[in-house]
Design a protein around this ligand. Sequence first.
Ligand code: ADP
Ligand code: MG
Length: 256
Amino acid sequence: MKVWTVVNQKGGVGKTTTSISIAGSLCALGYKVLLVDLDPHASLTHYLGVDADNLTVSLYEVFMQNPSKDFDINNALHTTKVDNLILLPSHIALATLDKSFGNSPGKGLVIKNALSALANDFDFVIIDCPPVLGVLMVNGLVAADKILIPTQTEHLALRGLARMLKTIEQLSSSLKADASVMIIATLFDRRVNACLLAYSNMRSVYKGLIWRGYIPVDTKFRDASYEGVPVNILASQCRGAFAYDKLTNELLKNVV
Ligand code: ADP
Ligand code: MG
């Protein structure tokens, strides 16, 4: 089982879209995938048709479990409209974790430890992080074999990217030794000069870290979220699905 964590301290850059789209591409290739929604806003959970406000077992219970008691993480899992795509849903109560966890030891290891119980059940875990640096994001990063940073192709997003890379650097001693980082240019519109400039700037500044392709703007993403399925299930031939398939194939190249 490999864990790919999708993260950026900026909102609206395509984290949730990237998480579900890569998961959809992996499922189409026959892999069994677990999507973990670490964002208390629960966009991914709602996207997949699960009502995060009325869950009795969610990621919140995974965090609050008493390790001495029997807690079965399988009770928190939900099937989706897609075969082999399973969701570990979020809950608004996750927003309170930073307060309740304080500086308790091992607070960054909850997800990594919880996932180890599922190691034989899934080929890939995709973790969708909140845009806030806190205990949730740290848990996502600590569990990661790959760290994927979707970055909107616009000037202001580049500052957020620099901040995110600094955070990863600061946490490096807690991360898996072989965890790799990949920047993914998103929301690219080649008709817009500002997008072209930001993209070429990203490519030159982050040469070794950035994926050589880009994710184009495509209205099919909105249609897919309305239908509650990954974009490749709704329209396998659209530009957006094609780009995420290409990215997924690239990510699979160096999976041992
Ligand atoms: P984040 O999780 O980083 O906040 P989202 O993935 O939720 O970002 O994307 C924010 C909004 O932009 C959503 O409405 C989503 O449907 C839309 N969006 C994301 N990527 C694209 C894209 N490549 N083309 C068009 N719309 C997109
Ligand atoms: Mg999101």
